[in-house]
Design a binder for this molecule. Structure first.
Ligand code: ATP
Length: 441
């Protein structure tokens, strides 16, 4: 398996991910997505929205504000219970999560042989709240304390009534959302895996408040979400479900299962599927005084629905898609991203950059492909020799390269070269877009 160090330097070198605010020495737990990174992330989000919202009649979307009335976070329990246990090393005063034994052990080993000896030299665990605070308002002393949302979930639940009143949705139905969340993580690390600013892609699915009904949907969404990762090319043997143990679950969860990936730093969660029961809507009803119940016209029953939630991290998914796709073959790096996720679907090259006839023809092919929606975006490269250009496109994950050579000028054919097999095929330019569209989703 590729090491994390290699992925970090690869991401920087090829413009996938850069350290945040790097020229000022960085800012812990923040990352910037470069030209290829933003394309990958957009493709992940698009695939999520397509599968989870656009192609389903029982799901609608929402885009709620990051800043919310602070009462939301009191009602949701985050002000009180969104905490991690924190311990401090008595030798160097660095802080760690008490529930991350690997990090504690790693840190202890850095103090080996020191006086006082490592191990046991930790403060008692303290609760540390993860909500990031901000101040809003124009007059300095009247500024209002707000929180940057710690999960995107609440923006959906506070709009439950608005969604019901403005659509014809009937239970069971879901609401999809993608957006940024912020957590004051004690120990950000493992590259983007644990950041302080990250993106989530979620579905909140409302069901009748009956165990059997909620369990049925729970199983359904677990499988849907696992299949989503599989259809986007993740290796099946590197994925598993893990159920949270008693005591491990978040304050809102009746049941919780994670989808985990076998990463270079162990099996790690990148999506959580939770049965939130009626926690969120009951709490908002209690704290806002607004009736959050649902009236079922068919049965005449009035109830507060249960919520089955699928909560994935866009950044963790991007990282694990990159790790999963990275392969090396005799020094040739090939990023075997599924075409749906690849930043560029196609690259076009003139065989030689100093032959105007070739460049002109290649420009024509490039313009032609750049209007075919399913092939976008198309890359262009005329630097160095053709082998190096293939190498560079393999490394960033472009599934197909089109070369315009001297035969093209004679018979209007080009080569299509396949990233994974390196096989080449000659095709008439008039058939090129159609041939590529068939190969790409
Ligand atoms: P962890 O136990 O790793 O802190 P969590 O169980 O608190 O994660 P959830 O609250 O279930 O995570 O959030 C849902 C998803 O949001 C996670 O599966 C993950 O993909 C993403 N996520 C949560 N915290 C972070 C973070 N600090 N950085 C990047 N992604 C995150």
């Amino acid at each position: 398996m590729v090491s994390l160090d290699k992925i970090v330097s690869f991401c920087k070198r090829r413009g996938y991910i850069f350290p945040g605010s790097e020229i000022y020495g960085g800012l812990g737990g923040t990352w910037d997505y470069g030209p290829l990174g933003v394309a990958l992330k957009n493709n992940i989000k698009h695939a999520f929205w397509h599968r989870m919202v656009n192609t389903r009649q029982d799901v609608v979307g929402i885009d709620a504000a990051i800043l919310m009335n602070p009462k939301v976070w009191e009602a949701s329990g985050h002000v009180q219970a969104f905490t991690d246990p924190l311990v401090e090393c008595k030798i160097c005063h660095q802080r760690f999560r008490a529930d991350q034994p690997d990090e504690i052990k790693d840190h202890e080993s850095t103090h080996k042989g020191r006086n006082p000896p490592a191990g046991g030299d930790w403060t008692e665990p303290k609760k540390f709240n993860l909500l990031v605070e901000a101040k809003l308002g124009v007059v300095e002393d009247a500024k209002q304390k707000v929180y940057l949302r710690g999960e995107i979930t609440q923006g959906v639940h506070v709009n439950f009534k608005n969604i019901l009143d403005s659509t014809r949705m009937q239970i069971p139905f879901g609401v999809g959302q993608i957006g940024k969340a912020f957590r004051n993580e004690i120990t950000p690390g493992n590259f983007t895996f644990r950041s302080r600013e990250f993106e989530q892609m979620e579905l909140q699915f409302y069901t009748e408040p009956a165990k059997k009904e909620a369990d049925k949907w729970y199983e359904y969404w677990k499988n849907e979400r696992m299949n989503w990762y599989l259809t986007l090319g993740m290796t099946k043997s590197k994925l598993r479900f893990r159920q949270h143990e008693e005591g491990e679950r978040a304050h809102y969860a009746i049941d919780a299962w994670d989808i985990e990936y076998d990463s270079p730093f162990g099996w790690k969660e990148f999506e959580g599927i939770h049965n939130r029961g009626d926690w969120d809507l009951s709490q908002h009803q209690k704290h806002s005084g607004v009736d959050m119940s649902y009236f079922d016209q068919k049965t005449g029953k009035k109830y507060i629905p249960y919520i089955i939630e699928t909560s994935g991290g866009v950044d963790r998914a991007a990282l694990f898609f990159l790790i999963d796709a990275y392969s090396e073959d005799n020094g040739r790096v090939v990023l075997k991203l599924s075409p749906e996720l690849a930043p560029y679907k196609v690259a076009v090259f003139p065989l030689l950059a100093n032959k105007p006839d070739l460049v002109k023809k290649a420009r024509e092919v490039y313009s032609q492909l750049s209007t075919v929606h399913s092939l976008l975006p198309v890359d262009w490269d005329d630097r160095g020799n053709i082998g190096k250009r293939y190498f560079a496109q393999d490394e960033i994950g472009t599934p197909y390269c089109i070369t315009i050579d001297f035969d093209t000028l004679k018979d209007d054919t080009v080569t299509i070269r396949d990233r994974d097999t390196t096989k080449q095929q000659r095709v008439k330019i008039s058939k090129l877009a159609e041939t590529l569209s068939k190969k790409l989703p």
